[in-house]
Design a protein around this ligand. Structure first.
Ligand code: XMP
Length: 312
């Protein structure tokens, strides 16, 4: 059993010991990096600049939610819109690992720029154990390059500080609760919606996926209270597959949305959620009625393993 108070003391100590002058902190707004931002602020105050990057691959309302938390904890922060840079670098790229590596590299470019402006010598990242284990830093072969590990160039000039690297998600939640950080309902990958649009990412597909994502998240949040447990993650994926459909009495030819809902404790393994059929039926109707260009919804019935949680 983890001793939250003890861990916090040790992490703050590590931050202070390793900090090279000022530090820049990469915050995705997720539970891990938000916890890190709060810890770093407790340890070193304004010597740390917490940076949240709008990649263009965020969900509706995400930036506003993150800003609220930063304000609540009185962080020294910066929110920057780099969406054009991220989207344009992915033009024509379809291979998942290549997408992840480009996104990782772009994050580092942005952080190196901001670090230079701020005069920071260190980069703080909320990497946790599953990130590096699944990125090949552990005993396994590389499964996928999580953006906060695989994307780091070897010649990175900033000194890396990763105080959460031995923790698992349940421990992150426990420490966050202890510090009064609001529970973030579900993890969201650093590369965001870009790895949930299979194949090439375009602005049009991003718009479609944002709408479907909002519908899935709201439906689960409203309905899951009556289920046995809240799924660990629940989201939409846009498939590059068009199928024939019918709307009114007209033929349609539209995209397919896949729904992924998974029960898990630490994201290392999981089983697909078994919600009531009626829930899936309503969700499917909602998506096909409300999201332009989508005429089919499928449900992912794959456990992890063999499937990973994200599709790319
Ligand atoms: P997979 O898809 O590998 O995901 O089963 C395991 C957990 O990690 C999240 N995930 C990421 N988180 N950067 C992150 O910070 C990433 O690049 C990334 N890729 C996947 C995923 O949502 C799940 O919770």
């Amino acid at each position: 059993m983890l001793d939250a108070a003890k861990f916090i003391g040790e992490a703050e100590n590590e931050i202070l010991t390793k900090l090279n002058g000022k530090g820049i902190l990469a915050c995705s707004g997720g539970q891990d990096s938000t916890l890190l931002a709060v810890l770093a602020n407790r340890a070193a105050g304004d010597r740390i600049l917490t940076v949240f990057v709008d990649t263009g691959f965020l969900r509706i309302g995400e930036k506003e939610r993150v800003k609220e938390i930063f304000e609540k904890f009185k962080l020294n922060y910066l929110i920057i819109d780099e969406s054009e840079k991220f989207i344009s670098r992915l033009e024509g790229v379809t291979e998942p690992e290549e997408k992840r590596k480009i996104i990782g590299k772009t994050f580092i470019d942005v952080f190196e720029d901001e670090a230079k402006k701020y005069g920071a010598g260190s980069l703080l990242q909320g990497t946790i154990a599953p990130d590096w284990i699944e990125s090949g830093g552990g005993v396994r072969d590389t499964i996928k390059s999580h953006h906060n590990v695989g994307g780091l160039p070897l010649n990175m000039k900033l000194k890396l500080i990763e105080p959460l690297r031995d923790l698992y998600k349940d421990e992150i939640r426990e420490i966050s609760r202890y510090l009064g950080i609001p529970e973030i309902v579900q993890p969201f990958p650093g590369p965001g919606l870009a790895v949930r649009i299979l194949g090439e990412v375009t602005r049009e597909k991003l718009e479609t996926l944002k709408q479907a994502t909002e519908i899935v998240e709201k439906s689960v949040e409203e309905n899951a209270r009556s289920w046995d447990t809240m799924p660990w993650q629940f989201f939409a994926i846009l498939l590059p597959v068009k199928t024939t459909g019918i709307h009114g009495d007209k033929r349609t030819y539209g995209y397919t949305i896949a729904i992924r809902m998974i029960d898990s404790i630490d994201a290392m393994s999981g089983t697909f959620t078994k919600p009531p059929w009626e829930f899936l039926e309503n969700l499917s109707t909602d998506i096909t009625n409300r999201v332009k260009g989508v005429n089919r919804v499928v449900y992912d019935v794959t456990n992890k393993p063999p499937g990973t949680i994200e599709w790319e």
